[in-house]
Ligand binder design. Structure first.
Ligand code: MTE
Length: 329
């Protein structure tokens, strides 16, 4: 985040799996999910993805039978999907290091049991296991654009549930104005968390009206399968009109409050990363332009960035009464 990195995502077309092979694999996985999972647990679950071997990240995940979920036709985009192989190997997850290549160390993260704490200004604080939460929520697939503050972008099919439904499940008090979210903290597993200069755990926040906007989503899966660890398993936030750093991964706590939370990057470098962080091509980051973005896995293709990442029709109204705030950083 703080340093502009080299373009590690630029994989040649030749190493990318044709879409029909990916689709075949998805069908196979759906049919033989249980068998595939047990094979993988025995250490044999590797599949070939182009010329690179990647593990079957969803193997052994108890929520596998819930995927793929029904696709929502309301949330579609006019861009090609980013190749799965690219999206799952080019990640920001500082808990496991500051490079983009964190998928391997991230496999150490244990996904069960995964308890989620709901507290603060709610009728009744409680803890819910992720599998119970999955049973209580309506899962669907939505394809969204995703724009990182570093000026790279992807388009991925998330699976998950509307954050609005989750907020209702939490039963906040009328006095709650914000939701503060926290990632797990376990430096034994997450070597990046041994770096004491970062204010662990990773924290992010939304105003309640943002969280209940129809676009805000809690993702539990991607590409028709449970989320891989490096993309924030078992649950993460997806708010496509904001810069990527708002999309907090591997969440263990939702705290309802009347105080605006200070997020991880704001704490580290408040002059560069703020609370609202809405995408705006006309407002440069202090150290680089935000006018355009590079589509990962597309050989360096750049496209113009859009206001609110193209989602203004859904979200611009949230900010009319907040004009005097620093909405774009
Ligand atoms: N969440 C946690 N817990 N830790 C992180 O380092 N990085 C953020 C966001 N969520 C991050 C995080 C940033 S900077 C980006 S761009 C996105 O995750 C990247 O999501 P992806 O790796 O799934 O593409």
């Amino acid at each position: 985040m703080l340093i502009r990195r080299k373009r590690g995502w630029e994989v040649p077309e030749s190493s990318v799996t044709p879409e029909h092979l990916v689709m075949n694999r998805r069908r196979l996985l759906g049919a033989g999910a249980v068998a595939a999972a047990s094979l993988a647990l025995q250490g044999q679950g590797w599949f070939s993805f182009g010329d690179q071997k990647l593990p079957d990240f969803a193997a052994g995940d108890p929520s596998l039978p819930l995927y793929p979920a029904m696709r929502s036709m309301r949330y579609r985009v006019d861009r090609d999907l980013t190749e799965e192989k690219v999206a799952v190997t080019y990640n920001n997850f500082y808990e496991f290091g500051s490079s983009k290549n964190v998928w391997q160390p991230a496999q150490k993260l244990a996904l069960r049991p995964w308890e989620i704490q709901i507290d603060g200004m709610v009728e009744q604080p409680r803890t819910v296991g992720v599998d119970d939460l999955l049973k209580a929520m309506a899962l669907e697939e939505r394809t969204y654009r995703f724009r990182c503050v570093e000026a790279w972008a992807m388009t991925v099919p998330w699976t998950g549930f509307a954050m609005k439904q989750f907020v209702e499940f939490c039963k906040p008090l009328a006095s709650a104005k914000y939701i503060r979210m926290e990632t797990f903290k376990n430096p034994e597993v997450a070597s990046g968390q041994r770096a004491s200069w970062y204010p662990w755990p990773y924290v992010e926040g939304l105003a309640i009206d943002e969280a209940t906007n129809e676009l805000a989503m809690i993702a539990t899966g991607v590409y028709g399968k449970p989320l891989p660890r490096q993309m924030g398993a078992p649950i993460r936030l997806v708010v496509p009109w904001k810069y990527g750093f708002k999309n907090i991964k591997s969440i263990v706590r939702f705290h309802f409050t009347d105080q605006r939370p200070k997020s991880f990057w704001e704490e580290i470098q408040g002059s560069e990363y703020g609370f609202w962080a809405n995408v705006n091509p006309k407002v440069p980051h202090p150290r680089w332009s935000q006018a355009d973005e590079e589509l990962i896995g597309k050989g360096g293709t750049r496209v113009p960035t859009q206001l609110y990442n193209g989602y203004g029709d859904f979200v611009a109204g949230l900010y009319t009464a907040r004009e005097n705030e620093k909405l774009w950083m």
